[in-house]
Write a protein that binds this ligand. Structure first.
Ligand code: SAH
Length: 257
């Protein structure tokens, strides 16, 4: 009897030690080892407001509608899970397929440059994560966006739908050629850099339309250009700022993967 009791005691105390060990591991995981819980929606909103004030407004973006959209679009939903905490720092971040989501200041600047209006039809080239399309969505009537990497086109489409951006249509294809069936466009935003402005995009711009595009050789700093087409169909170019975008692939003679 005595022997049985002491065996039972040993089993129980073994369980107790194991339970204490597991408990302390969990505690270590949750607190002491730095795995802080993810910020909640209120904290993300506070981070967005700070981002707009310090990184966007202070650096010269002033269109109130653009600033308001930048305060509301949840950029943390468009970055890879491991970068959600850094979603509101003013830097580009990697997304799937080796591509990049642009820096918030650049997204805001390009959006302001094309002066979007509620009745406008917009085209974006380079859907990527879908973030720029989400920013354009509340500012215009409809956004058409083209992505050359199928995996990105599909995941952006799914995300935009899930988040309720229902005036955005995503297509997998080569944006160099534009979207002739939906043309002409009031606004075109290109987020991958070709060496020259693709002629089909100029042709698909409405008189009175605005096109913003980074242009320059692969691997080097590009120039962000604003092209405006006047009512007579003449195109005027304006240099905005030096930028760095991923290169535009595809183009004349290329096969879409
Ligand atoms: N606007 C995106 C950032 C895109 S990065 C965002 O907000 O996240 C540029 C994207 O352009 C990449 O996803 C790349 O695959 C795409 N791209 C490059 N060349 C293209 C082409 N010819 N047509 C369409 N998309 C292209």
């Amino acid at each position: 009897m005595k022997a049985t009791t002491s065996i039972l005691q040993r089993i129980h105390s073994g369980k107790l030690i194991a339970a204490l060990f597991c408990g302390s591991l969990l505690l270590c995981g949750a607190v002491a080892c730095g795995a802080k819980p993810e910020p909640d929606e209120d904290e993300f909103m506070a981070q967005r407001n700070r981002m707009v004030e310090t990184d966007i407004q202070r650096r010269g973006v002033s269109n109130p509608a653009v600033l308001q959209v930048m305060r509301t679009v949840p950029r943390h939903e468009f970055v890879l899970p491991q970068f959600r905490r850094r979603a509101y720092a003013d830097s580009p971040l990697p997304i799937e397929a080796g591509q990049t989501i642009s820096q918030p200041f650049i997204v805001a600047s390009m959006t302001e440059a094309v002066n979007p209006q509620p009745t406008d039809i917009a085209l974006e080239i380079g859907t990527g994560s879908g973030y720029q399309a989400a920013v354009l969505s509340p500012l215009v009537k409809h956004v058409y966006t083209i992505e050359i990497i199928e995996e990105l086109a599909r995941s952006a489409e799914e995300k935009l739908q899930r988040l309720g951006y229902d005036n955005v249509t995503v297509r997998h294809g080569d944006g160099f050629l534009g979207w002739p069936e939906a043309a002409p466009f009031d606004v075109i935003v290109v987020t991958a850099a070709p060496e020259e402005v693709p002629q089909p995009l100029i042709d698909q711009l409405k008189p009175g339309g605005r096109l913003v595009i980074p242009v320059g050789p692969t691997g080097q700093t590009q120039q962000l250009l604003l092209l405006t087409k006047d009512e007579a169909g003449e195109v005027h170019r304006q240099l905005l700022m030096p930028v760095r975008f991923v290169p535009m692939t595809g183009g004349p003679g290329a096969e879409t993967e």
